[in-house]
Design a protein around this ligand. Structure first.
Ligand code: XIL
Length: 369
């Protein structure tokens, strides 16, 4: 092969690999914001080759769907189970993906031994502070320098903007936020620290989150921004949703879309946001797509996702990460929440790991932007 042919070969090859990269979500949105996914334990330890490739090539960052939560990582007092979380952090390093931490202080999925002694009596304030600090030091400290940002406190606000009455609030009082953020910062001064919640398009919740960040910053806490979970549905008001992104940006917050999914199934009653305590018995009539999603519904979902990403692109200065809550429809929590045993289609990749039509549209949109 002469020099000219080999140079042409190189150009063709690099053009090919460039176009292969830009035909992925991570490639198309590079330079705008990170595109991530929550992964489950099977995906971390033993994904199929196709799933492994999808996770590596489509996303530039990952977050643990469950394995960094208290109930998994701290099964008993003084015992730690870092097996799955370690593997995820190693995987991210191997794949050159950023790893995000979810979550440190939450009222749901706590270790069973949390909040009370073995005789049933509740922790005192001092004990709760001690165990919270200890938890944060151990988890954040172990991954120091390897987690880009932590969801420090998760879902601590009610939809009406008041503080959720969690055991943390009941036992410690309002300063539990400050204690948590300061402990996280001490354990890894480089990690970005976020407050994370669902239904953030609700004006009262938006305002409360911004006030919370302001209060914490005034007390000397590092708070980089707010995670908008974004378990959205077709009735999510996108005008209000965009207002939240803008209001957070105006308050000097980075914005992460931390748990994006869009269920196509009807709600059993009212919209529960993402309150995982909401649970309903299975109803056949509320499982309309068990043999496949209809063309109309797919089109409706495509259009809604496109509207969402138009918003994200408009606010790419403030948004640092858009993270899907799962990789393919098959593994979404929405198949079993708020009603077990349904067949939902909330994510970007279908059950055959193929991109939905909207993924191709988003890639095109990103390239034109
Ligand atoms: C969900 C997981 O996806 C499920 O596998 C688990 O059974 C319950 O929790 N808000 C959050 C996430 O912050 O951690 C929740 O994840 C979904 C709602």
């Amino acid at each position: 092969m002469n020099k000219l042919t080999s140079a042409l070969c190189c150009v063709t090859l690099s053009t090919l690999s460039l176009s292969a990269q830009t035909n992925t979500l991570r490639g198309a949105f590079a330079g705008k914001f990170s595109i991530g996914a929550a992964v489950n334990v099977t995906q971390v330890h033993s994904p199929s080759p196709a799933m492994e490739k999808l996770i590596r090539t489509q996303f530039d960052c990952l977050v643990a769907e469950n394995c960094m939560k208290g109930e998994v990582i701290s099964p008993a007092e003084g015992q730690w189970n870092f097996r799955d979380a370690d593997r995820l952090v190693e995987l991210c390093q191997k794949n050159k993906q950023d790893c995000y931490g979810h979550c440190l202080v939450w009222h749901s999925q706590p270790p069973t031994w949390f909040f009370h002694h073995s005789d049933g009596t509740r922790w005192t304030r001092d004990e709760a502070i001690h165990y919270m600090r200890n938890h944060i030091q151990n988890v954040v400290g172990r991954y120091k320098g390897r987690i880009k940002a932590w969801d420090v406190v998760n879902e601590a606000l009610n939809d009406n903007g008041t503080l959720r009455l969690t055991p943390w609030l009941e036992i410690i009082g309002e300063d539990y936020f400050e204690i948590a953020f300061k402990a996280a910062h001490a354990a890894d001064p480089e990690a970005q620290l976020f407050y994370n919640d669902f239904s953030m398009h609700l004006p009262a919740k938006r305002d409360a989150a911004i006030q919370l960040v302001k209060r914490l910053r005034a007390k000397g806490c590092r708070v980089d921004g707010v995670g908008m979970q974004s378990h959205v549905s077709f009735d999510t008001d996108l005008v209000e949703y965009e207002k939240t992104i803008q209001a957070l940006a105006d308050a000097g917050c980075k914005v992460m879309i931390t748990e994006l999914d869009l269920s196509v199934l009807p709600w059993p009653e009212g919209n529960q946001g993402a309150n995982i305590d909401a649970n309903f018995a299975y109803q056949e009539s509320l499982n309309p797509f068990k043999n496949g999603i209809s063309k109309d519904m797919q089109r409706k979902q495509d259009a809604f996702y496109e509207r969402l990403f138009d918003i994200y692109l408009r606010h790419a200065d403030a948004i640092t990460r858009v993270n899907f809550w799962g990789v393919s429809d098959a593994d979404s929590w929405k198949n079993d929440w708020p009603m077990p045993g349904r067949t939902d289609y909330p994510l970007a990749f279908d059950r055959k790991l193929q991109p939905k039509p909207f993924v191709k549209a988003l890639i095109k949109k990103a390239k034109m932007n």
